[in-house]
Design a protein around this ligand. Sequence first.
Ligand SMILES: O=C(O)CCC(=O)C(=O)O
Ligand SMILES: [Fe+2]
Length: 836
Amino acid sequence: MGSVDTENIPIVDFSRFDTDLPGLAQEIKKICETWGFLYLKNHGLEQSQVDRMFNISETFFKTTPLEEKASTPWNSVLNAGYDARTGTEKYFAENGATDITSKQDAKEVFVIRKQASYDQPMPPSLRKFNPEIQQFMADTHQKIAVRLLACLGLGLGLTKDQLPQMHKHESPSYTTLRLIYYPALEQGDDAPVRLGSHSDQGVITILFQNQIAGLQVRPPKYTGKIKPDEKWLDAPVIPGAVLINIGETLTFFSGGLMKSTLHKVARSPKPEDVGKDRYSMAYFCHPNQDTLLEVLEGIEGAVKRETPVSCVTGRQVKTVKDWIEHRHSLGVWSGLRPQALFHDKDHRPTGTLCHQLPNMPPPMPSHMMRMTANPAKPVGRYRPGKAVAEQESSDEEESEEEQQPQPQRKPQARAAPSKRPQAPVQEESEDDDEDEDDEGFVTDPEDAEEPSAAAVPQPARTTSTTSRPSPVKQDLTQAGSEEVWKQDESEEQSEEEEEDESSSEEEAPQRKFQRPTFIKKTERKSTPGDAAYQTPDAEVEEQSRRLAQADLLIKDKLERDVLARAQGKKAWDDDDDVLPESLVDDTDGVDPEAEYAAWKVRELKRLKRDREALIAREKEIEEIERRRNLTAEERDKEDKQYLDKQREEREGGRSEAQFLARYHHKGAFFQGDETAEILKRRDVMGARFEDDVTDKSVLPEYMRLRDMTKLGKKGRTRYTDLKGQDTGRFGEEVKRWRGSGGGPSGGAGGDIDTRGLDERFLPDDQRGGGNAGPTGANASAVGQRRERDSYRDGDRGERRKRSYSRSPSRSRSPRRRKRESDYDLDRDRRREVESR
Ligand SMILES: O=C(O)CCC(=O)C(=O)O
Ligand SMILES: [Fe+2]
């Protein structure tokens, strides 16, 4: 083929795949080196399939209530779900992007993972279409992506199968289909951009657009930082064709040969499109997620580079998964934007991620490390009138600023210098530039400019677009979470700085900031000038000392727990206030992987909470808005209905509550049905012998015991119960002892010989030899009370009368004397009985 048209995005006939594969592969390679964009016609996918997907997308976005859509919110880790995004201006700001998105910037997306990666939750209104969506993804993959990858591989000098093997549809990956909906702009919203300038992250993107255009692509003639006068190309919607673009991952794989080009979504240039909704679908094809991120062997002209350490995760970017994690980790407002992998003078990513410079400031506090593109702002961010960590601009930059005076800039009031002595970052940057030449690595010092761009006062227009403190607004700052991230800056940095036009939005001068970076604890170093500076040896020592200390603390805690247990204390409950402060968890850095994972989980939870709060707030605002739009009568009517409903519910609820309170009290011993059933079946007592004998009369009398445990025991009683005993007729038994009849009767019984028998053993009616009356201890009759002599109470000097039943002198009492003689009688009788 001849040279590539640099004025229009080339259109490639994909039907040549079967007839002229080598020629097709070469053509596509050249286009991707030049444009990074191309149209594919005759791609093999039925237009009806594409139309059907647009129908599904439209139905979903337009008919699903916001609440339902928001029930499965997008998150940066899973990269799946719904998001409503605004605020995409300033993506890639350090690349010169000054895009101002719409005031409302209403834009909704739903990101769908392929099922092999993640069977994601979906609102029911979309879930029902998921089989079709999955099928569409599979077809797009097989018919377009795989064949295109084969071409790209061949073009690069690889085998036909190499790239397809790295992108298997059945393997987990970050591949997604993103449904995008750009509602027609409201009247008066004349912002030109709907989605800010960016490059995509994956290997290839296959873009489907409905009839409404809007995509703009940066033509190949522009390189370096975006300049204000650049004219980007409107990418027309070509019926039956799909638009392909190269992502950053392929730029890296190809050693910088394949270009991931900046693009954005603006308003459609056609007047007839005004007031119309726009829909697009982007199929972002990523490699199998465990694929190593490295420049592929055998590509001629590729610049081989090592993958860098991510400033976000603190780990080397080894796999494509690490890469996407890095790209998804931080947000545009954090000042910690993840960097694209690789780019060169022509703005093709060729560099590294942000690096861990030995003189980096301490890592950001953990709350600054977000898994989302919606993080909090950095602590050290510039605020007008507040001191910030400042970095001097390079001479070069300053001179450039002089050359290009910025009319909107206010006279510069320097921020107070940071207390912390700044590492010579500028020198670093410059060094890095040099390094890059040598080693092919670049630093991205201009990155440090980014926070300042965000920090400077914004012109009125920008302020108006960002002033509404809408929760949606925050969400929308994440817009590029998957693909809408800025590219890395590289060696052309100084050149770009010279041409930096972003000042049009700035009222204060650019300030250089040192990029805060997350560095693993184990890898942290301080500057030599720092009091905390330690040599590597000292650091190792310190580390092992801390580990030993941690071990000691754990051991100590365990020992004390054991001791406490032994003493019956619940020290192991960890709520024991005896724990000394020394037991505070001091094991940071012992297992960075686990800490990172835990942080991720915490972060996800936080995000979920925030998201829910935002959604709730949104709903509230909507409701307020809705109510505001009602007429007074409508409002009254609605209020009345509401109150009636409330009253009804209250009354219904009360009677039910009363009923329950009265009849459904479970009681202290209540057992649920299940427990009761188990209890019923339980053999509580175990079978006993007598339980088996229903008729005790069949047993020998000896065994007719109530308590069988007493059987054969000394303590057994011969009484089974008192039923058979006449407890009221004591003495009857005596008949049996003495025999009946015969001998002279000694008492009224007549037929019983009671002679010489202790009176107590006689029947009640025969006691006392015919003198019925008390015997034994109660035998002494209570005598007549008599008046006792009064005596004088010496203390009180008054006489008191008392009556006594007994004589003051017991021994002289005639009664007593009588009882003594009774006792003697009894004793005599007893002797008599015993001697028999
Ligand atoms: O909506 C479009 O046409 C383009 C979307 C896009 O570039 C992206 O989502 O990365
Ligand atoms: Fe894109």
